[in-house]
Design a protein around this ligand. Structure first.
Ligand code: SF4
Ligand code: SF4
Ligand code: SF4
Ligand code: FES
Length: 956
């Protein structure tokens, strides 16, 4: 039962071992068989015998320092530590007798003599392993007294906003140090000094905040006492129940236990049995959840006629009735296709499915699109064309079997941190790394990690670079001929081989274009093709280009040519940005596709949905988001229902977007905050956070994980309920009682989901990877094993076509954008948490050479101007970027990064070319005109919200 589980997970003391060799032994008179390499402690725990322990925990390799876990082993001298002793065939172990207990009590006495005995007022009271062990060994008195040297008055380090370090409670078990090294891979902690003097320090005796700590929380999780403790627990006390759910931030999809007191979250703890994260987390999911109850949440539905009017709070009925009447009025006046909707990659699968159903069935149009349009739509197109399925091929676990990794256009340490930790762990074991990125991202060089190759590709030339890698592989006979012959279309392959082998595609010929040294490129290509299991992980630095789809196909070509598809440790792995980007695409959010990526023009598919939904579905694809904007400006598109998306901040060419919104007659925004888009809205429907609803998210591994309600919807309705109400008001009935019924409908209509239900997900341990159907009742961890989904893999020619966005005399620099660890996307959530301590403004990274040429110093305000617009940011001078390239993030609306980005987009999918914008940069002393306008408009909108006409209290 996953809904409510024990507060503290069972701890087996040391990690599980996997081996076909089984070992038989006897523990306390009972026999057991365990895999070779298992510790005596774990073998005992699996029999239900809990040997006392302090320094061991099953998320870390044993260290053997506390000596509490001593056991007697027949035929052995002394008393070995059970955590560090592996089982042996025929071993006979005694875990309890007087001698062992006396020794353990002595150990505990020493610990307790240097520990403040304030259990009753300690925040860990009831959840402290030291306290538990004192009870287990029967400690009744401490002979050593408290007068000698001790650490009882050591000062607490409360510098981190989310957790405190109280050294007086520290037993120097080093679990925190090992967690930071082995699980997180940051190496921020050390044990300073020796013996009695030994203390845990962050960095060079820095505070946690000053150190390299990235606040992942792994050390807090590992600490057996209250030495490292969440501040929320210190404030609120121990939780009383837990609910397993899924993080609502990035596409890793970490499972968490929401530790609760009534309806209040006390803390979010990464769930050990979560298959995407294996008990790890990052600062966002672990700590940055306070936005869910932030005072800025708008909890009443509101309407207004014009965006210059104050808002008027109304009942849900009135808001929904008004929205429905506006949609019908507009359709009557301007035609059926004058309205549309945008689904959200932050909402659940069930909610996303309902929005596209609402648009197709109740609005009667295919004008539905999703924010995946602006991130991974080229992944859908590129992988479908080459491999036959629009999704990544692996599990995250698969990276532990890889031998050489390409990370391209992705910065996992910032955007997919829990995956980055797994990857680093594999790299520390010896796997090779090739980074393809214009910036020197953290993975290029970090503690105990050094990329074998960093190819600093010039923005906009990814296709050229991958084609030249393929050239090396083809011309140096490094192709996996047997794989290609058996698994791929011969004609397409031969054409591709001839194409990539041309001299103009050689690294030497391409170096001029890509800016990458030909020798490095040859070295990287040889390494990838010859070093065993090769895997490719990529992000928006691949897709958000005018040739995004071509580059995705070039990646698939490379994987097929080297035989790196269809088993553990290999594959093509898009790192999805938002929590449910994969799901929103799966659910039929694109205007041309019904759920399961089936084209609306397919009569058979359409008929299936028409029968189930009882309506006629249009056979023509509807408008994509950019087309909606263009149609709004030309006067034919008049109303938009936008759930959980902030298109004004996240879409390119902000002024174009706001002009389009301003031209519409009815904008309905459903969100938890009055976001940038809501400032242009006429109807505001309060959204619900992930803590307030049931459903599922699908992560970058195609893993469908349960989202569970831990508190009532703050505004009275969950998002799916509001969509149903709108549909009902439009005369198209939607009467689901629970999101599980929506999933049942999805499963009945989508071949890759036929085996999925909430019940089945629970039976499978909380998640399942699609396809999950009759052929794969337990889901599909790895795709394309024996054959590709499309039958034979298809090589596609990847001719490099330069982007229109090229540096010119007027705009000599190339702007590229990305994310940082502490903030998430448009920042609406993370800006409302203490994460702003790490990133309170977006800055412009510029190379020292380019800065000097322009007389720019660190911290100067600089204008960034493109053909779209101009904004101003502070300058950070760094050689993380190459000369000729500047970089910024887009987490703060006032930065206006998307005022500068242009309408250039991917040829196949219209995904905007965020990663390449030709700009000029110069020193300024004041904000840009756009920023001045933004401030004025934002002040006005805040004023209109403040002055909103409140709904009268209901009379009795
Ligand atoms: S929070 Fe994470 S990064 Fe920081 S010290 Fe602890 S384990 Fe290391
Ligand atoms: S802070 Fe906690 S985990 Fe770290 S050494 Fe001290 S007691 Fe152990
Ligand atoms: S890695 Fe992603 S899913 Fe996991 S906790 Fe961080 S933000 Fe959430
Ligand atoms: S638990 Fe085995 S030595 Fe500490």
């Amino acid at each position: 039962m996953l809904e409510t589980i024990a507060k503290r997970d069972r701890d087996f003391g040391t990690p599980a071992r996997v081996s076909t060799q089984l070992v038989n032994l006897t523990i306390d008179g009972q026999t057991i068989q365990v895999p070779e390499g298992t510790s005596v402690m774990r073998a005992a725990a699996e029999m239900g015998i809990n040997i006392p322990k302090l320094c061991a925990t099953d998320s870390l390799e044993a260290f053997g320092s506390c000596r509490l876990c001593l056991v007697h082993i027949e035929g052995r001298r002394g008393f070995p530590a059970s955590c560090t002793t592996p089982v042996e065939e025929g071993m006979v172990v005694i875990t309890e007798n007087k001698k062992l207990n006396d020794m353990r009590r002595n150990v505990m006495e020493l610990y307790i003599s240097d520990h403040p005995l304030d259990c009753l007022t300690c925040p860990a009271n009831g959840d402290c392993e030291l306290q538990d062990m004192a009870g287990v060994v029967g400690l009744r008195n401490v002979r050593y007294g408290y007068d000698g040297a001790n650490h009882l008055n050591d000062a607490t380090d409360a510098s981190n906003p989310y957790f405190a370090y109280d050294p007086s409670k520290c037993i120097v078990c080093s679990r925190c140090v090992r967690a930071c090294e082995d699980i997180q891979g940051t190496f921020a902690l050390t044990i300073d000094s020796k013996g009695f003097e030994s203390r845990i320090t962050a960095g060079q005796k820095d505070t946690f905040l000053e150190s390299d700590c990235v606040s992942c929380g792994a050390c807090v999780q590992a600490c057996p006492t209250s030495s490292l403790m969440e501040k929320t627990v210190i404030m609120m006390g121990q939780p009383e129940h837990s609910v397993v759910t899924t993080c609502a931030y990035c596409g890793v999809g970490c499972a968490f236990k929401a530790d609760m007191k009534g309806q209040e979250v006390v803390r979010m703890v990464p769930w050990k049995d979560g298959k995407a994260n294996r008990g790890h987390s990052c600062v966002k999911g672990r700590f940055a959840w306070g936005y869910a109850t932030h005072k800025d949440r708008v909890l009443k539905p509101m309407i207004r006629e014009k965006i210059t009017d104050p808002w008027r709070e109304v009942s849900w009925e009135e808001a929904i009735g008004y929205a429905a009447s506006q949609i019908r009025r507009i359709q009557n006046q301007y035609g059926r296709d004058s309205v549309g909707g945008i689904t959200s990659s932050r909402c659940t699968n069930e909610e996303t499915y309902l929005v596209q159903k609402l648009v197709r069935a109740a609005f009667g149009t295919n004008n539905v699109d999703t924010c995946a349009r602006v991130c991974h739509s080229p992944t859908g197109y590129g992988l479908k064309t080459t491999l036959g399925e629009s999704a990544g091929t692996q599990t995250f676990d698969s990276v532990m079997h890889t031998d050489v990794v390409i990370v391209m256009g992705a910065n996992p340490s910032a955007a997919h941190p829990v995956f980055a930790s797994r990857l680093k762990s594999r790299l520390r074991q010896g796997a090779k790394l090739i980074v393809i990125d214009p910036r020197t991202i953290e993975l290029v060089s970090s503690p105990h990690i050094k990329a074998d190759y960093h190819l600093p590709v010039r923005p906009g030339t990814n296709t050229a670079l991958l084609t030249s890698m393929a050239h090396v592989i083809a011309t140096e006979n490094l192709i996996d001929e047997a794989f290609v012959a058996e698994r791929c279309e011969t004609k397409a392959f031969n054409e591709w081989r001839e194409f990539v082998s041309r001299p103009e595609n050689s690294p030497e010929a391409m170096a001029e274009i890509t800016g990458v040294n030909a020798d490095d490129l040859r070295g990287a290509a040889r390494l990838f093709a010859t070093h065993g299991n090769g895997s490719i992980y990529y992000g928006l630095g691949v897709t958000e280009h005018s040739q995004g789809s071509t580059t995705v196909m070039a990646i698939a070509n490379l994987a097929m040519a080297t035989g790196n598809i269809g088993r553990e440790g290999v594959g093509v792995n898009p790192l999805r940005g938002q929590n449910n980007v994969q799901g929103s695409c799966d659910m039929g959010s694109f205007p041309h596709e019904l759920p399961g990526y089936r084209h609306v023009s397919d009569d058979t598919v359409r008929r299936q949905f028409e029968q189930a939904w009882g309506v006629t579905i249009q056979p023509e694809p509807g408008l994509r988001i950019p087309n909606m904007f263009d149609a709004a400006l030309s006067g034919s598109f008049k109303a938009l229902y936008c759930q959980g998306e902030d298109i004004v901040q996240s879409d390119p060419n902000t002024q174009h977007v706001t002009a389009a919104l301003s031209a519409m007659e009815c904008i309905i925004v459903q969100d938890i905050f009055l976001n940038e888009t809501a400032k242009y809205a006429h109807v505001f429907l309060p959204g619900s956070s992930f803590l307030e609803k049931d459903g599922t998210f699908t992560n970058a591994e195609r893993r469908i994980s349960r989202v569970r309600q831990v508190m009532e919807p703050q505004a009275g309705l969950a998002d799916w309920e509001a969509t149903c109400a709108l549909s009902n008001a439009l005369g198209y009935p939607m009467n689901y009682k629970h999101p599980s019924e929506i999933m049942d409908e999805i499963a009945s209509l989508t071949p890759t989901f036929t085996g999925v239900s909430f019940k089945r997900i629970d039976e499978l341990g909380g998640s399942v990877q699609w396809p999950c159907n009759e052929d794969a009742p337990e889901g599909t961890p790895i795709m394309h094993i024996d054959q590709f989904v499309r039958g034979k893999g298809k090589f596609v020619i990847t001719q490099y076509v330069p982007s229109d966005e090229r540096s010119t005399r007027k705009f000599p620099l190339l702007l590229t954008t990305g994310r940082i660890l502490s903030q998430y996307n448009v920042g609406a959530q993370t800006r409302r948490t203490d994460n702003v301590m790490w990133h309170h403004e977006d800055v412009l990274e510029i190379h020292p050479h380019d800065a000097e040429e322009r007389g720019i110093n660190v911290g100067d305000w600089v204008a960034v101007q493109s053909r779209s617009g101009e904004t101003a940011l502070r300058a950070e001078i760094t050689d993380r970027v190459q000369p000729g390239v500047v970089y910024t993030t887009f987490h703060h609306p006032e930065s206006g990064a998307n005022v500068v980005t242009t309408d250039s987009s991917d040829w196949a999918t219209d995904c905007p070319e965020y990663k390449v914008t030709a700009v000029q940069v110069r020193r300024v002393t004041q904000p840009s005109d756009w920023q001045t306008h933004w401030t004025r408009f934002t002040d006005m909108q805040h004023d209109l919200l403040e002055k909103r006409i409140k709904e009268p209290a209901p009379s009795n």
